[in-house]
Design a protein around this ligand. Structure first.
Ligand SMILES: Cc1ncc(C[n+]2csc(CCOP(=O)(O)OP(=O)(O)O)c2C)c(N)n1
Ligand SMILES: [Mg+2]
Length: 887
């Protein structure tokens, strides 16, 4: 026996344990925690490396004797819960009666029903006079259970329930998952893409603190509750941001992880224990962890476990085994769980197989769940995670309980349904079971009265979503940005600088200035925004606890409690989630905010596209700025940085307006109109602007350019002789190349060109498609789309478009460009080199544009081909090199 083995001196061990018992008994568990903490620290200092970060034993964090009494009427709650369970099943089964085409999930809500119901009955406030409402992020595929509750509450009709997953064919049909876009007065948070709910919830809690600290909205007393599956914790987005919540001590945040031990295909962590793993991960990140593993029927056995053998067995068994136990029966559990040790088997000898089967799990026990929720809602100084152990498909019996197939199960035969009815003691006739009828008792029954009374006490129904601000803020006119409208004179500036000036002007605005939320993921200096550090400060709940290194400089790194900038670190997913919280603040906090998230454009739509999709679904309002954009304009950074496709991706988002502006005045017009639409008109749209780092002169705004800028194109140079021989389209920094090409064409080839700035191919195309549809269905649109207003509908001169993005972008308007149309773009992988070299490589510089123009004229018979060849020689274009799109 080694010297370190405690059994070297069992009497000494016993003495220590008794001392612990004593302290807990007389001074309480907190005192014991403190004492032992001190003892461990002392041992560390003497060289004893005590492991303190491992999991605690596999039992409930809150011991039975410290549980509060269940308030309310548990018996009535149970009956209501059973009705909700039934209706949730009916929702899915009825939708799939004809065929299983529509799908839906039964097993997940059945495992989580208790977790939701305790919250609805006792904890979650709806927005009311007294409370702004708690924010509950519901696990997406548990939606049938939430609809089932709303049905009992009388918020959803039977017809709507029958329209589950039939939003097109059934009026008022219910969306598959939480989608604010589709049910804007009901769902608040789109959560079904695994991992996005948790990261958005963390930033929601953080943003609430920001609103409070900045004095814009009192958010005290409100909590964010996020429900997630244990399988969902596989996603990096789920766990990747929990350290922020811990570090910021977000005690307005509660995660409830439904640990049913299964995901879609099988066990989450069959060879270990997911609850134990999550405990260590969350604890390490600074969270308060509450494990709810065992139900009350285990309490007597645990109370008698003086030698710790039962807990030892609990610690030993792995999730794969725990899952199997609940898919079998009591005899199996007796043999395989308790039977592992004869002494343990002896302890349950007097219990019947049924008694053993009824040993319940914590997440299905109202008392245990309530105790955890109460502790979580009262906990201060840390976020809380509740790890609740449940059974997937609870109550489904042979139709799926604890089985690997249960996630996808959308059928239950009459026998299984009858068994379900009996198990939950539902007052449903055999006929009702056969027809899978929805069940709602009369309004004057005790159950219905109780259900409503509980919600009334908590301020009303949930979920519910505010769609608009009743009293919108005033917005500045275009003249607020006069600096940009006047142009840059002789100075050469970038569109990024122009944007920063627009932002600075907005920050000075009396009505909106403090509503602006600049968000950056550690790139402020890249975008020239560091001047704002000092000016408006970087938000930090604790202010600044140190003197910054650059304290003596003009633009020092200033953190403060009322700081306005959200500096999210190198964390695009987190910054995007922060943007969503700010962009939906009008809805969640009745406080309009105007977020500007400025990021490396390559790490936007490409990197966090799914969050942007969720932002769109959330009806976000705000601005996304893809900085240092353009495949050839950001020159030195190479393949992984140079974005030539974000505009192709952004056009896939229906309510996102995308712009590739070339001049400061275009940015001013777009931002000002964006404010009009999103703030004044309360429209649910948002904006994506690419901004670049190439410096050139910005002209003053031509009179009357606004409409063209907003609708997608406006002419920046007319043909000298009035009638152009060719049209050139350019955007962003490439507009300068188009203008230079026009010079070449005029000076060297006597070709008269007009030049257009295309601010948005996407908007041009959308409008034209709508007009085409109108023509197809109703014989014609009331007016021409903007592109036809600009370019006409009769064959005209050839047109050449050049873009810093893929050819697909300018190609999108081909159908409406009259006459010959040639597109130049930057398909292929980026390279690092000088800007001029890259533009030659991708064939989008002024020389290539000019040659493309001449070629178009040769093709339409206006010129001899030899003119093109001469130009190719003159501009030293290498015609033998391979296509850059394929390199
Ligand atoms: C990003 C993403 N990948 C895959 C899916 C498909 N999916 C839906 S539910 C699910 C399993 C969820 O398991 P878990 O999180 O444990 O939830 P449970 O149903 O067990 O409560 C999967 C893979 C998804 N919705 N989102
Ligand atoms: Mg699961």
């Amino acid at each position: 026996m080694s010297k370190t083995d405690p059994e070297l001196d069992p009497a000494e061990t016993e003495e220590w344990l008794e001392a612990v018992d004593d302290v807990v008994e007389h001074d309480g568990p907190e005192r014991a925690e403190k004492l032992l903490g001190r003892a461990v620290a002392r041992a560390h200092s003497l060289g004893a490396a005590i492991e303190t970060s491992g999991p605690t034993p596999y039992v409930n964090t809150i011991p039975a004797d410290r549980e509060p009494e269940l308030p309310g009427d548990p018996e009535l709650e149970k009956r209501v819960r059973s009705m909700i369970r039934w209706n949730a099943i009916a929702t899915v089964l009825r939708a799939n009666l004809e065929s299983s085409e529509l799908g839906g999930h039964i097993a997940s809500f059945q495992s989580a029903a208790m977790l939701y119901e305790i919250g609805f009955n006792h904890f979650w406030h709806a927005p009311s006079e007294d409370h702004d409402g708690d924010m509950v992020y519901i696990q997406g595929h548990s939606s049938p259970g939430i609809y089932a509750r709303s049905f009992l509450e009388g918020r959803l009709s039977e017809e709507q329930m029958l329209g589950f997953r039939q939003e097109v064919s059934s009026e008022g049909g219910l969306s598959s998952y939480p989608h604010p876009w589709l049910m804007p007065d009901y769902w608040q948070y789109p959560t079904v893409s695994m991992g996005l709910g948790p990261i958005m919830a963390i930033h929601q809690a953080y943003f609430m603190r920001y609103l409070n600290d900045r004095g814009l909205r009192n958010t005290e007393g409100r909590k964010v509750w996020a429900f997630l599956g244990d399988g969902e914790t596989d996603e990096p987005e789920t766990l990747g941001e929990i350290a922020l919540a811990g570090r910021e001590r977000l005690d307005n945040l509660v995660f409830v992880v439904n640990c049913n031990l299964q995901r879609l295909d099988g066990p989450v962590y069959g060879n270990g224990k997911i609850i134990q793993q999550l405990e260590t991960v969350f604890r390490g990140a600074g969270w308060n962890v509450i494990k709810v593993i065992w139900g009350r029927r285990w309490d007597p056995l645990l109370a008698e476990d003086h030698d710790g053998l039962l807990v030892q067995r609990m610690n030993e068994a792995v999730d794969g085994e725990y899952q199997v136990y609940k898919s079998r029966d009591g005899a199996y559990v007796r043999e395989h769980f308790f039977g592992a040790y004869p002494e343990l088997a002896e302890r349950v000898e007097k219990m019947s197989d049924e008694d053993i089967w009824n040993l319940n799990r914590g997440g299905h026990d109202a008392r245990k769940v309530y105790a955890a929720y109460k502790a979580a809602s009262e906990h201060e100084g840390q976020p809380t995670v509740i790890l609740a152990k449940t059974i997937k498909g609870y109550g489904m019996g042979e139709a799926g309980e604890g089985q690997n197939i249960t996630h996808q199960q959308k059928k239950m035969n009459v026998e299984a349904l009858r068994a379900f009815r009996d198990r939950f003691e539902l007052d449903i006739s055999d006929e009702g079971v056969e027809q899978i009828s929805f069940y709602r008792p009369d309004d004057d029954t005790p159950e219905m009265k109780y259900l409503k009374q509980r919600r009334e006490a908590l301020g009303g129904y949930l979920p519910q979503r505010r769609e608009r601000i009743d009293d919108p803020l005033g917005i500045p006119g275009l003249d607020a940005f006069s600096g940009q409208l006047k142009g840059s004179g002789e100075r050469e500036i970038s569109t990024t600088m122009a944007f920063v000036r627009v932002l600075a002007a907005l920050l000075r605005d009396k009505q909106l200035g403090d509503r602006v939320v600049p968000i950056v993921p550690d790139e402020s200096r890249t975008f020239g925004m560091e001047g704002m550090f000092r000016q408006i400060g970087i938000y930090s709940h604790v202010g600044q606890l140190y003197e910054p290194e650059d304290a003596g400089s003009m633009m020092f790194y200033k953190e403060s409690r009322d700081g306005q900038i959200l500096q999210e670190g190198i964390n695009e997913a987190g910054a995007m989630s922060a943007w969503i919280a700010a962009a939906t603040s009008y809805s969640n906090h009745d406080t309009q905010m105007i977020p500007f998230y400025v990021f490396y454009s390559m790490f936007g739509f490409q990197r966090v596209g799914d969050l942007i999709w969720a932002a769109a679904d959330s009806r976000s309002r705000g601005f996304l700025l893809g900085g240092t954009a353009g495949r050839t304009t950001l020159n030195g950074e190479g393949l992984q940085h140079e974005d030539g496709h974000s505009h192709v991706l952004s056009q896939t988002v229906p309510n996102c307006l995308s712009y590739d502006p070339a001049y400061g005045y275009e940015i001013a017009v777009i931002v000002q109109d964006g404010l009009r639409r999103m703030v004044s008109e309360q429209e649910d749209v948002f904006y994506y602007l690419t901004i670049e780092n190439e410096n050139y002169r910005h002209p003053a705004m031509p009179e009357g350019a606004e409409e063209g800028i907003l609708r997608g194109m406006h002419r920046v140079r007319e043909a000298e002789g009035g009638e152009p021989a060719i049209r050139l389209l350019g955007s962003g920094a490439i507009l300068s190349q188009a203008l230079e090409a026009a010079d070449l064409l005029g000076e060297n080839h006597d070709v008269d060109a007009e030049v257009w700035s295309v601010t948005s191919y996407t908007e041009l195309r959308r409008e034209a498609l709508t007009a085409d549809r109108e023509a197809r269905l109703n014989g014609g649109p009331s007016k021409n789309p903007w592109i036809s207003e600009c370019l006409g509908t009769e064959p005209g001169p050839p047109t050449v478009a050049a873009s810093d993005y893929m050819k697909a972008l300018p190609d999108g308007i081909r159908a409406w460009v009259p006459g010959r149309y040639e597109v130049l773009g930057t398909d292929g992988f980026g390279r690092s080199d000088f800007r001029a070299g890259l533009r030659d490589f991708f064939e989008v510089d002024h020389r290539h544009i000019a040659v493309a123009g001449l070629h178009s004229l040769a093709e339409t018979g206006e010129l001899e081909r030899s003119v093109v060849e001469e130009a190719i020689d003159r501009y030293e274009i290498d015609t033998d090199r391979p296509d850059p799109a394929r390199l």
